[in-house]
Design a protein around this ligand. Structure first.
Ligand SMILES: [Cu+2]
Length: 298
């Protein structure tokens, strides 16, 4: 999931409470006649939130050199999160998704959950610049929230030359695979739309998608500039736990694939603007990422 509204999954003291506290303080001041003695300022405890703990690397890293990204997810009670959703489907564990701020690069990994809830992933950043590190978490807490995201920034040393997003192109060729997006209705924010993409290999054949992390393909969306995030999946017919899951925004809409080479992507974006879609599928034994620029109207 990942609309702006759920970017910070935490319990927030509502403004109304703050206003009440201000009124109470004013009342206390009035009651004390401004004497200034015995006034106790109400203490507001920090909101209890999930957070990243022990995040590494702490400092800038070098491009082109493997580096270990590691952290635990700290629960609101201060304990490390050790229980994550497991099983079939894409809504499990932790997805580590890293994009450079200009959306020129994406890294998508699934670090295994280690002892004490430690997550470790070796990552090679391709080029200098600031990168948004998004930790998409599927905890297994009975009665708790089933999914939320946490964020960090990693800076990669060297001269950063941000690239403007290319205009929409319906045809993208990556690693010898041709991704052809079919004409589709205009995309609108908060409105589900389905977009067909046909994939062919170098010989013009439709390849078979091999399930990867619980889905036939993953559609990862980032909003240009704000880096707001959304994520949907393309599921095989009757794939277990790939479709709608209560409380998981990324499952509100899901796509289908009913024939080799054919993907129907569910697009449901929380706000208008320019989005970069990274369509990822496992083809010929490796993950192939096809980027598209999408314009989303209000
Ligand atoms: Cu996914």
């Amino acid at each position: 999931m990942g609309s702006r509204g759920t970017r910070r999954p935490r319990v927030v003291v509502p403004h109304a409470v703050g206003a009440l506290l201000a009124i109470a303080a004013a009342f206390l001041l009035a009651a004390c006649g401004g004497a200034g003695s015995g006034l106790t300022v109400p203490q507001v405890a920090p909101a209890k939130v999930f957070s990243l703990s022990g995040f590494q690397p702490q400092s800038a890293v070098s491009p082109g050199r493997p580096v270990t990204v590691s952290f635990t997810v700290q629960q609101p009670n201060g304990q490390p999160l050790t229980r994550y959703k497991t099983g079939s489907g894409p809504h499990t564990g932790v997805h580590l998704i890293i994009v450079r701020d200009d959306l020129a690069y994406i890294i998508h990994q699934h670090p295994p959950v280690g002892a004490g809830g430690l997550l470790r992933q070796t990552v090679t950043f391709p080029a200098p610049g600031p990168y948004r590190v998004l930790v998409d978490v599927y905890p297994n807490i009975p009665g708790g929230q089933p999914n939320f995201q946490l964020f960090r920034t990693i800076t990669v040393t060297g001269a950063y030359h941000p690239r403007p997003l290319p205009a929409f192109k319906p045809d993208v060729v990556v690693d010898g695979y041709h991704f052809a997006m079919r004409p589709h209705a205009a995309l609108h924010a908060i409105q589900a739309e389905f977009v067909d993409v046909e994939v062919t290999d170098q010989r013009g054949r439709n390849p078979t998608f091999v399930p990867w992390f619980g889905a036939l393909a993953h559609a990862i969306f980032f909003h240009e500039g704000s880096l707001d995030y959304f994520h949907t999946h393309i599921c095989a017919p009757n794939a277990p736990n790939c479709g709608t899951l209560a409380g998981v925004a990324s499952s509100r809409v899901s796509g289908t694939s009913t024939a080799p080479g054919k993907l129907t992507i569910g697009v449901l974006l929380p706000e208008p603007g320019t989005w970069r879609l990274f369509l990822q599928a496992k083809l010929g034994g490796r993950i192939v990422t096809a980027p598209f620029t999408l314009s989303v109207a209000s």
